[in-house]
Write a new protein. Structure first.
Length: 183
């Protein structure tokens, strides 16, 4: 297997120096949720679902996992006839959370230093602001996943109490697991 040969080669060449390798694995693609004026959980990956199991990891040893991140690439589309955006008036609305194997949900922790004000996964009213109908608002989020216990943990992803100012804010995401291996 070419992947196994590469990993073996890198391990042999780096016996004295720590070497890291990044791998990006798709979890789900084009998962859509429609936000309305009623706060409800938007489950992009259902808790304890097979959709959240990473497939294709280049290493089978959990001990070689240095870090894991969720990478969320998405777009919000306003189909309301007028301005639309998130409604974050209540502190628990529009908060990104994840869980592992159907356990409790944890807030996503944003890894970007410049985004320290959103370190708890909490969105703001002005996020995904669409001034008129038909506007597409792209976004990218990346957050570290803590508490993994195995390489086959089932990852759930939710926008807690998802709510928009007006009906018909359609959110579509592609979700990846970004893994950093210590070889």
């Amino acid at each position: 297997n070419i992947t196994e040969n590469y990993v073996t080669y890198v391990k042999e060449m780096s016996s004295k120096t720590a070497v890291y390798l990044e791998q990006t694995l798709p979890l789900i693609m084009n998962r859509e949720q429609t936000l309305t004026t009623v706060a409800t959980h938007a489950d992009f990956i259902l808790s304890n679902s097979a959709d959240g199991i990473p497939v294709g990891m280049i290493d089978a040893e959990f001990g070689n996992l240095a870090k894991a991140f969720l990478l969320i690439i998405g777009r919000a589309v306003n189909t309301y006839d007028g301005q639309n955006n998130l409604d974050c008036t209540t502190a628990t609305h529009n908060q990104w959370r994840y869980n592992l194997d159907g356990d409790v949900y944890w807030d996503l922790v944003n890894t970007a230093p410049r985004e320290a004000s959103k370190s708890d996964g909490q969105m703001r009213d002005t996020d995904w602001e669409c001034m008129v109908q038909g506007v597409v608002h792209p976004f990218t989020l990346m957050a570290e996943i803590k508490y993994m216990t195995a390489l086959n943990n089932r990852i759930g992803l939710r926008l807690r109490n998802a709510r928009s100012r007006q009906n018909n804010l359609i959110v579509t995401v592609d979700v990846y697991l970004k893994v950093v291996w210590k070889l």
